[in-house]
Design a protein around this ligand. Structure first.
Ligand code: DP6
Length: 371
């Protein structure tokens, strides 16, 4: 598989205007992506659970221009014009132009909203970039289908290719976004442990998964809803010349290999040890880069300690993972959810900013809402 396969045959931009809407979820990594090479190629493979409730809904309206010119688009969040979102989308358009040659021929209106509060400290880049990539793929699909110069075979865009290219494009917007197209477990990054894995796009986890992991729960504790102090992009770059980078990248490969047998056997204790180790390693990389930084807050640590105490006391399989921020994702099996959710509400929510938290669970990917 190479980038070349995503460069389309010329099409004649015959569609005058249109509108498409997609909703796409966020995802939570179990083995973390931290460190990338040129062109958004990850330094190591990662795997995530796709979420179900934390989503972005994006409507893309497009109309043909007289002539090809600079990119023209406006962005709205919840109906409000957001010019500060434009530079990120401009960069995204520049990166994907080669693969979506219609971009300069159309004017776009991007209307987006999230099911979670924008200022929740939950990264909307995965759900946002994946929703936008899917909308753009729907435009391409319409252009291809309307192009009489193409053969019937060329005009039928296979679903697998559609998803793969959407994931490929989303990756160029934000790495983790390429893991949001489908569910419930997605791998991104080439590794010998997983057949079919690729650095270019996310793929569905192809092996057997034990019942224990079906419907896995993720309760997101919003410890700090502020803007992130250090963006992921800056964080990734600090893995260049990081003294532990080489070992860390190797560890991610090893952890994926281990996770494969854990997912098959359903060994929850081994699962917990692996994902908590991954979360703390991610933060250890941040604390040992130069410049170093700490994204956990005192309440993050209090919550982690309380989770450990409760697990010790009850034998229930509660665990946590972290993103590049202070919020805690509490992960647990569906069949233990009654007792664990009680504990979360009684003991952990007090450490969330304004008592805010989000109940989510494993989901199955993006959906097209209108043509
Ligand atoms: C800690 O995907 O946000 O969440 O590619 O620069 O947009 P960019 O980074 P981003 O990084 C996410 C890092 C992470 C771990 C993960 O999701 O695997």
């Amino acid at each position: 598989m190479t980038e070349q396969q995503f460069i389309p045959k010329a099409y004649s931009n015959t569609v005058e205007s249109g509108k498409v809407t997609w909703e796409s979820p966020s995802n939570i990594a179990l083995v973390k992506y931290w460190g990338k090479k040129k062109d958004q190629i990850p330094e190591n493979p990662s795997i995530s659970f796709t979420l179900n409730n934390c989503k972005t809904i994006t409507t893309l309206t497009f109309s043909k221009k007289e002539n090809a010119s600079d990119f023209e688009f406006d962005v709205f969040l919840e109906g409000e014009k957001k010019d500060d979102f434009k530079p990120k989308i401009q960069t995204f358009f520049e990166r994907v132009e080669l693969y979506l040659p219609f971009l300069r021929y159309y004017k776009f209106k991007i209307e987006t909203k999230n099911t979670f509060p924008h200022s929740s400290g939950i990264a909307s880049s995965a759900s946002g970039m994946s929703a936008l990539a899917l909308c753009l793929m729907s435009v391409e699909k319409q252009l291809i289908q309307a192009d009489a110069a193409l053969s019937t075979v060329e005009r039928s865009l296979d679903e697998n290719y559609f998803n793969q290219k959407a994931s490929f494009l989303a990756r160029l917007g934000s790495g983790s976004a390429c893991r949001s197209m489908e569910g419930d477990l997605i791998i991104w990054g080439q590794t010998d442990a997983i057949e079919g894995s690729s650095d270019l796009f996310g793929v569905k986890y192809p092996y057997q998964v034990h019942e224990n992991f079906k419907g896995y729960q993720d309760t997101i504790l919003l410890v700090d809803k502020g803007e992130k102090l250090v963006s992921s992009t800056v964080g990734h770059n600090l893995m260049y010349n990081h003294p532990y980078a080489k070992n860390r990248f190797q560890q991610a490969h090893d952890n994926l290999e281990k996770l494969k047998s854990i997912l098959e056997s359903g060994d929850l204790n081994a699962f917990i040890a692996l994902i908590e180790g991954e979360a703390l390693t991610l933060h250890a990389m941040m604390m040992t880069s130069m410049p170093y930084f700490i994204l956990m807050k005192p309440n993050t640590l209090t919550i982690i300690n309380k989770i450990w105490e409760f697990r010790q006391k009850t034998g229930l399989h509660i665990s946590f993972t972290l993103d590049a921020g202070a919020n805690v994702h509490v992960l647990y099996p569906k069949k233990e959810s009654f007792k664990i959710l009680e504990f979360i509400k009684n003991e952990l929510v007090a450490y969330c900013q304004n008592g805010h938290y989000i109940c989510d669970q494993i989901g199955f990917g993006a959906k097209q809402l209108t043509m």
